[in-house]
Write a protein that binds this ligand. Structure first.
Ligand code: ATP
Length: 444
């Protein structure tokens, strides 16, 4: 399968099966904004739940937070976003396309006669790099004057920094500890694209870990390993995951070290999560701009310091795309193509399909009974339309790990077949064991 066709096939499957739709489609769509349909919303929620479980619920040293999208405008001055959340851009005077100045497709130096436009191929038509603000601006209150300008946050992290003392004091945590948050972020990206990979509205799963200066390197290394483990635990192909360490030219000026976790997409190796040693830059800046002391008092050692921060920052949409790209496969079964989304069972939007083999002989009634019994426990889907093979294929495409079929034997001896998505093998399971069997297989 050529790699570009994989993305095309995935986009069309996502629409057909209700994973992801173009925003405002009936009006012709809104560029680079996407809506999640029933299966996509469930998939993304499962992913976020898994992150929250690993980062907050399973740990004693991380607290959850849900900060607002709108923040005091000074936050963005302190963070450097108002002045600096800018990417140098170049325009092509000939074809009017706009690129990041560091776009690897550009040959030569923008602004110089040798520079070549990667789209129209013209030479000497690229402008000098200029700065461009990526934050969405809006107005607070009914009067659109300067005083009321607020921004849609371009990252969730700032909500964590400005609440660090609130969380510390209310939770009775001690350094080292972390604050985790999942929430929307907005960036007026110049080159959005690749479906939900880079969009203008997206969700982040970020955690900021506050540590004593001097212990930051060891915590950074721990978080780097833990986050890779988490990505591997999603069932992603291990050979398609790697670290990329930021070189001196990529490293943000305040960062001491940064690694991206990259995945090999059909369009190349790309970042899905960043792990950063941000030093005391963030708290230092907020302390300076707010005039409020943000130091931590370590009672045991009787000393005050500004904690260093180790950040882990992943995109919920980007990781959802990763999971879908990795899960997509086509197989030839008895001369027919079977499309499978081989999701990790914990991520699968539907855990089991429930089918009566035929619509007679008491099977639909029994199947409905099974469906009703399972439904409060985990997401299941009832389907009695079409040949059984077609129903299996529909569940394969939705990534459903199990299909339960009620047949003649069920009526006779109260057993069902459970068909496994990946191996297509079938087990015979007693009805009164079914829930426990599925729970065990799903590792719930
Ligand atoms: P990129 O350069 O790939 O857009 P970035 O380096 O700007 O990413 P960060 O600011 O480190 O990204 O954001 C952390 C994570 O948030 C990224 O690893 C990615 O998963 C996600 N993310 C960032 N920008 C977007 C976007 N426009 N659309 C979807 N996800 C995004």
């Amino acid at each position: 399968m050529a790699d570009t066709t994989l993305m095309d096939k995935l986009v069309s499957l996502c629409k057909r099966r209700g994973f992801v739709f173009q925003s405002s489609e009936i009006y012709g769509g809104l560029g680079s904004v996407w809506d999640y349909g029933p299966l996509g919303a469930a998939l993304k929620k499962n992913l976020k739940d898994r992150w929250w479980h690993a980062m907050v619920q399973a740990r004693d040293d991380i607290e959850g937070l849900d900060a607002a999208i709108l923040m005091h405008p000074k936050v963005w001055e302190a963070s450097g976003h108002v002045a600096g959340f800018t990417d140098p851009l170049v325009d092509c005077k000939h074809c009017k396309n706009r690129f990041r100045a560091d776009d690897p497709r550009i040959k030569g130096t923008p602004g110089q006669p040798d520079a070549q436009c990667p789209v129209c191929g013209s030479r000497g038509t690229l402008t000098e790099p200029r700065l461009f603000n990526l934050m969405f601006k809006t107005f607070m209150g009914p009067v659109e004057d300067q005083a009321a300008i607020v921004y849609l946050r371009p990252e969730t992290a700032q909500g964590i920094y400005v609440n660090y003392l609130n969380v510390l004091n209310s939770s009775r945590q001690k350094v080292p500890f972390g604050i985790a948050q999942i929430g929307k972020a907005f960036r007026n990206e110049i080159t959005p694209g690749n479906f939900i990979f880079r969009t203008r509205e997206f969700e982040q799963m970020e955690m900021q870990f506050f540590v004593k200066p001097g212990t930051d390197v060891e915590w950074f290394e721990r978080w780097r390993a833990w986050r890779m483990e988490w990505c591997q635990g999603l069932g992603l192909t291990p050979a398609k995951l790697r670290f990329h360490q930021h070189g001196p030219d990529e490293l943000a000026h305040y960062a001491k070290d940064a690694f991206d976790i990259q995945y090999e997409f059909p369009f190349g190796w790309q970042e899905i999560e960043g792990v950063h040693n941000r030093t005391d830059f963030d708290l230092g800046r907020h302390q300076q701009y707010s005039g409020k002391k943000l130091e931590y008092f370590d009672q045991a050692a009787n000393e005050r310091y500004l904690p260093y921060i180790v950040e882990t920052s992943a995109g919920a949409d980007r990781v959802t795309l990763t999971v879908m790209v990795d899960a997509y496969r086509e197989e030839s079964v008895e001369g027919e193509t079977r499309v499978v989304l081989g999701f990790h069972p914990a991520l699968a939007p539907i855990k089991a399909g429930v089918f009566p083999l035929v619509k007679k002989e008491g099977m639909p009634e029994l199947a409905t009974e099974v469906y009703q019994a399972l439904k409060p426990r985990f997401p299941v889907f009832y389907d009695d339309s079409g040949a059984i093979g077609r129903r299996y294929r529909r569940m394969d495409e939705a990534g459903t790990p199990f299909c339960v079929t009620i047949d003649g034997e069920t009526v006779a001896n109260r057993t069902v077949t459970v068909r496994h998505r990946d191996s297509m093998k079938q087990d015979r399971v007693a009805l009164d064991q079914l829930e426990a069997y599925l729970r065990d297989q799903l590792a719930l």
